[in-house]
Design a protein around this ligand. Structure first.
Ligand code: GTP
Ligand code: MG
Length: 730
């Protein structure tokens, strides 16, 4: 028996593809996504209408309610009727804060349309741009909801003409984003317009919304909206023009049903053979084809364990079915098929292609995995994150006996949040948790405490990277038994290739022909491509440049292991290496296998890589953040002062209503005291957000000090090693 009446209605029509829509709500932080979602939930009978706009039902987590911010993506399945036609609407509310953008990117894979929510006063902000770009890259079609129109009336007291002008401005700025980021085929077709009702205006807080269709049908004008506010009859406006009717009306009109969407989305996200039976079933979204699902999020349910949520692109999925987790090469048995309704689950037994099932029992699955009844199926393209974990804290249990419990909780957290990176330093015994930003880590450490593990955390620390500066002639290192010689040189790797390694477009697991074509396009010759020994996902590569020597093939694993060790911990500060191309130029192995095993060749390879890097010269990279500060215009100069005092700079300035937006950049390491200084300089009138922009070389004047600080923190000698420690003479 379903818990919600809407589920009964949904299950009656769930097989009709043209009556299904999958959409997500995406936006800049605080623009009103969750408040808007409330109205949709109330309309569908999932929450009481009186609480909509205040309940923030999709922010069901205690931490979210306390902070007033969305942290987790939340799925819900709604029933909607328009002119006697019924629809099943699978909706995902996503977080706006940049620290959680990984959850937005993953959610986009499951949906076909996005409602981009935009604050009428603030207009298009950085994160509006980022999420819209990410949606377009996934071929997810956007429509626009301009929210907080009440602010234009109550706060800015605009005339109806000025109000329309200001709204038209937001629309045109939004279309510029589509111009910039959409692929050629969609650039014109996906522009939004007021005339065709792909733009809706409203106030999520006050629960009304209008678009051209609603205006025509109900005879409402902007003048009526203004009057409602001046005469205090907003409630009447809500009855005449409920938000859900306009927004869901826009969704069913402009967002494609799954079978239509998959025709053009599958070629982008699945690179298998489209002419095969499997390919056809995916393109046509067939219920009777093989079961093929991509997991986009793992959610931990206290009672039921890990729940795998994703998009079923082909076939039918049922309670009790066994499917293969292709990436893990393991089978799993589905205990039950559910809809997620906020934090509740609704068991539905079976779902067809084009839906967003939540599966119990698939405990070994992870976000990004492909599930299928076919064992050797081509997996979906990986998720490409726009940011990297740049901040970290060291975590230690207060009572040493809690260590196993801590490790266990951290394991659970990383299942749910693949953007959280946990590293246990074997030398110092330290547990390091790295994340996208301070808020991300703060939420993670609270989750640990919630699990009743008392911990001590360090101040947040910045993650660094190391990269090679120049190139060098081959250097030689011997194995510990002195019987094997490895010759290695290094040079910078082409940036485009390094990026493809980090996004996973190029990896050892990828189809060889596909990888070869990508490298060729970057100017690599066929011989070099064939000689790749190891692709490192941090953005490094090792190439076999030896000619006519024996035993290279069988020694590859050992040599790769030494290389990888150095890529994990570089010579300057034991930070990760990036953008390096190593060439293994010559090999003098011992005749006898017993003398050239892993314990001999691993260290020799490690030493040769270290020696080559130090000889070629390395640089230390720090994360540079983009910063966007909103202040009253007369305080712009003060913001510039704060930024330049912290090794940052102003890059651009924009006027937005009564405020100015200062766009600039600042090293992440300088942001820990930013709040106090900004408050001091602007009397608390500045609001800002930052996001990862690029890895930037630590300036010479700070280099020596930075290196020794990092090394001391890690409990190693403050001076980095010299090349001679790793290089041997003949
Ligand atoms: N004046 C006004 N305030 C609104 C409106 N919609 C939302 N708000 C307020 O804006 C704030 C943020 O609303 P949320 O719905 O949590 O925004 P969000 O986009 O979900 O935020 P994140 O998920 O954290 O990015 C809350 O204080 C809301 O009450 C609106 O239409 N008018
Ligand atoms: Mg929210």
């Amino acid at each position: 028996m379903p818990k919600y009446k809407s589920t009964e209605q949904v299950l009656k029509i769930i097989k009709q593809k043209d009556q299904i829509r999958n959409f997500g709500v995406i936006a800049h932080v605080d623009h009103g996504k969750t408040t808007m979602s409330d109205s949709l939930l109330a309309y569908s009978g999932i929450i009481a209408p009186s609480t909509a706009g205040k309940a923030l039902a999709m922010d069901y987590d205690k931490e979210e309610q306390e902070r007033g911010i969305t942290i987790y993506q939340a799925n819900v399945t709604l029933h909607f009727t328009q002119k006697d036609k019924e629809y099943v609407i699978n909706m995902i509310d996503t977080p706006g804060h940049v620290d959680f953008s990984g959850r937005v990117i993953r959610s986009l894979r499951a949906i076909d349309g996005a409602v981009v929510v935009c604050d009428a006063v603030e207009g298009i902000m950085t994160q509006t741009e980022t999420v819209t770009r990410m949606a377009l890259e996934e071929r997810v079609k956007p429509v626009l909801f301009i929210n907080k129109v009440d602010r234009l009336i109550k706060e800015l007291r605009l005339t109806p003409e000025k109000m329309q002008e200001s709204l038209a401005n937001v629309v045109s700025n939004f279309n510029q984003l589509i111009d910039t980021y959409a692929e050629d085929e969609y650039r014109q077709a996906w522009k939004v317009s007021i005339q065709d009702a792909s733009v809706t205006f409203g106030s999520a807080k006050d629960r009304w919304a209008i678009n051209v269709d609603a205006m025509k049908e109900k005879g409402i004008t902007f003048k009526d909206v203004m009057e409602a506010y001046t005469t205090g009859s907003v409630d009447e406006l809500v009855t005449r023009a409920p938000l859900a009717e306009a927004v869901l009306g826009m969704v069913v009109k402009h967002h494609p049903p799954p079978d239509i969407a998959q025709k053009y989305r599958i070629p982008k996200i699945w690179h298998g053979d489209l002419d095969s039976d499997i390919g056809k079933s995916l393109l046509e979204c067939r219920d009777d084809g093989p079961t093929i699902m991509m997991v986009v999020n793992m959610v931990l349910d206290r009672a039921a364990g890990p729940v795998a949520i994703g998009r079923l692109f082909s076939g039918t999925i049922q309670d009790g079915q066994t499917v293969n987790i292709i990436d893990a090469r393991k089978p799993g048995r589905i205990q039950s098929v559910n809809f997620f309704m906020g934090n509740q689950r609704e068991q539905v037994g079976e779902l067809g292609a084009g839906n967003i099932p939540a599966l119990l029992g698939m405990t070994e699955a992870r976000a990004g995995n492909t599930l299928s009844t076919i064992k050797d199926i081509h997996v979906f393209e990986g998720i490409k994150y726009v940011s990297e974990p740049v901040v970290q804290v060291a975590v230690e249990p207060k009572h040493p006996k809690d260590l196993p419990k801590l490790v266990d909780v951290l394991k659970q957290l990383t299942i749910e949040d693949p953007n959280l990176v946990v590293k246990i330093d074997e030398e110092s015994g330290e547990t390091i948790v790295a994340g996208m930003g301070v808020l991300h880590l703060d939420v993670a450490t609270h989750r640990i405490q919630d699990a009743k593990v008392d911990i001590v955390t360090s101040e947040p620390l910045i993650n660094y990277r190391e990269a090679v500066k120049g190139e060098c002639e081959a250097v030689m290192s011997k194995s510990p038994n002195r019987h094997n010689k490895i010759f290695m040189r290094v040079e910078p790797l082409e940036p485009a290739i390094a990026d493809m390694l980090r996004t996973g477009e190029i990896s050892d697991l990828k189809d060889k022909a596909e990888v070869a074509a990508l490298l060729k396009a970057q100017g690599w010759d066929t011989d070099t491509i064939k000689r790749v020994m190891k692709f490192d996902s941090r953005g490094n590569v090792l190439i076999n440049g030896t000619k006519g020597v024996q035993f290279v093939q069988e020694s590859t694993d050992s040599i790769n292991s030494g290389f990888e060790e150095v890529m994990r911990e570089g010579p300057l500060c034991r930070e990760q290496m990036r953008d390096c191309k190593f060439i293994f130029t010559h090999f003098v192995p011992h005749e006898d296998t017993a003398h050239r095993g892993l314990s001999q060749l691993g260290p020799a390879s490690r030493r040769a890589c270290m020696g080559a890097l130090i000889t070629a010269g390395t640089k230390l990279l720090e994360p540079m953040l983009a910063i966007e500060v909103r202040v009253p215009t007369d305080l712009v100069g003060n913001v510039a002062t704060v930024l330049s005092g912290k090794r940052g700079r102003v890059l651009d300035m924009q006027q937005k209503g009564p405020a100015s937006i200062v766009i600039g950049e600042i090293p992440a390491s300088e942001t820990f005291t930013l709040s106090e200084e900004m408050r001091g300089q602007t009397a608390g009138k500045a609001m800002w957000n930052t996001h990862f922009k690029a890895w930037s070389e630590v300036p010479k004047s700070l280099l020596a000090e930075s290196i020794s600080t990092i090394r001391k923190r890690k409990g190693i000698s403050p001076e980095p090693p010299a090349a001679s420690e790793f290089i041997d003479k003949e």
